[in-house]
Design a protein around this ligand. Structure first.
Ligand SMILES: C[S@@+](CC[C@H](N)C(=O)[O-])C[C@H]1O[C@@H](n2cnc3c(N)ncnc32)[C@H](O)[C@@H]1O
Length: 238
């Protein structure tokens, strides 16, 4: 059975961290806002439909390895079209959030196709409308590179994760291979302007700056993909 909820707005009045982060296009710094990113991903939704198979081909085995260890009530932060859902064990309860409503529509269909129990909601990752310690596992893939405040978003993931839970991340970043890294650097600004994605972000460094204790980290595809398992920071020290 599936149960699908939606929120009409990004920030809800009952959000525990309501209005802590700027979510509208008020910046003149060149940094994309949540609204800019929302618009970019609305444009990408049909592209994602067409190339979903390629995404699964390139990243499926890393998603499977990382997310098959999830247990209990699972929050997928920035779930997009719900690509991770098929890799989560049947025993888990799925809650997905994203800012892009067109992608959330795909995520709802994915829950139905997989006949999985779950909900998906529109929400800002930097301002999660969940109580502390609400989830056994928090997962996120290829997302911190798009958050205007990735450290704030990681701290939110930590806050909503139970102290004995796990945070499972799959991210992309700057390659170890010099040639690829130079290409990434060359494309970085244009890619950011188009999709709000910081392609050369160093995921492990962001996780460390957020203060999350790292249990496991490994890279693949010449350093382009990083798999990170971390613990939440106890709520009192968040
Ligand atoms: C590269 S896609 C990854 C989607 C999915 N996790 C996957 O692995 O296929 C980045 C996702 O982050 C979402 N996103 C970006 N900023 C967000 C924010 N502040 N809050 C929630 N979702 C956000 C986008 O809408 C998009 O779905």
């Amino acid at each position: 059975m599936t149960n699908h909820d939606t929120h009409d707005t990004i920030n809800t009045p009952d959000s525990p961290r309501h209005s802590q982060h700027e979510t509208r296009n008020t910046s003149n710094t060149g940094q994309m806002t949540v609204q800019d990113i929302q618009e970019a991903y609305a444009r990408y939704a049909t592209w994602i439909d067409r190339l979903g198979w390629l995404n699964r081909l390139l990243t499926g085995r890393y998603r499977s390895r990382q997310f098959s260890q999830a247990t209990g009530r699972v929050l997928d932060v920035a779930c997009g079209a719900g690509t991770n859902f098929q890799y989560l064990p049947e025993s888990t309860e799925i809650v997905g959030i994203d800012i892009s409503e067109p992608l959330l529509e795909r995520a709802r269909s994915e829950l139905e196709t997989l006949e999985r129990n779950g909900t998906v909601k529109q929400m800002d990752a930097q301002d999660l409308a969940f109580e502390d310690d609400s989830f056994d596992t928090v997962i996120s893939s290829f997302s911190t590179c798009t958050f205007p405040d990735p450290i704030g978003a990681l701290r939110e993931m930590s806050r909503v994760c139970r102290p004995e839970g796990q945070i499972l991340l799959l991210e992309h970043g700057r390659s170890d291979n010099d040639l690829i890294a130079r290409y990434q650097e060359w494309r970085a600004d244009a890619h950011y302007e188009k999709s709000g994605c910081r392609v050369t972000q160093e995921p492990l460094s962001v996780v460390c700056r957020a203060g999350l204790p790292v249990n496991e980290a490994e890279t693949a595809q010449l350093g382009r993909i990083t798999r990170i398992v971390c613990d939440p920071v106890p709520t009192t020290t968040n």
